[in-house]
Design a protein around this ligand. Structure first.
Ligand code: MG
Length: 181
């Protein structure tokens, strides 16, 4: 760690959105030089590893506009303002898989893109999955198809390049290292 910390000298909001802002920030670095950083300031998100059983996981197939393709991935979503992450995990699990978890267990917290974005992804294993009495509300801008996979098959899909979403690879790694609930 440097003895003198970098210090922000200016901050302009270039874009303000419902989930993240983009800022341009002037910084005086610890070595005395100046730099300008464009930063995505994000509210944070939860990533879910919903496991109907020890050796299965629910993935969702979703069209991702930014990359222009359908991909398989772990369910995930941004925190609502002021929302506790474990609550968000339960909510997103129900919204995206149609199943409510009896138990959610935190697996780890990671920064997916620290070069220009402060988003923290909090990973949860979700177990005790059951269909809710009322069908959950789903975000209208999401086209989602959930499906249960054997984890061994998902690992093969990763090895073949059929899964291209990094949080999905990381989430399965975290779930594989911890004991199953
Ligand atoms: Mg989502």
């Amino acid at each position: 760690m440097p003895r003198r910390l970098s210090r922000r000298t200016s901050r302009a909001v270039a874009f303000r959105g419902p989930v993240f802002d983009v800022t341009r920030e002037g910084v005086r670095l610890a070595n005395g030089r100046r730099a300008v950083y464009d930063v995505v300031r994000h509210r944070g998100s939860v990533v879910l590893v919903p496991q109907p059983s020890r050796d299965t996981v629910v993935l969702i197939r979703q069209f991702r506009w930014a990359i222009g393709r359908w991909i398989w991935e772990l369910p995930a979503g941004s925190l609502e303002p002021g929302e506790r992450p474990d609550r968000a995990a339960r909510r997103e699990c129900a919204e995206e898989t149609g199943l409510e978890p009896a138990r959610v267990r935190r697996l780890g917290t990671l920064y997916p893109t620290p070069g220009f974005c402060d988003e923290r992804m909090i990973f949860y294993r979700c177990t005790g999955l059951a269909a809710p009495r009322r069908p959950p509300a789903r975000d209208e801008d999401e086209q989602i198809e959930p499906r249960t996979f054997r984890i061994a098959d998902v690992r093969r899909m990763i090895a073949r390049g059929q899964i291209v979403d990094m949080k999905t690879v990381v989430g399965l790694g975290l779930a594989g290292r911890s004991s199953t609930a």
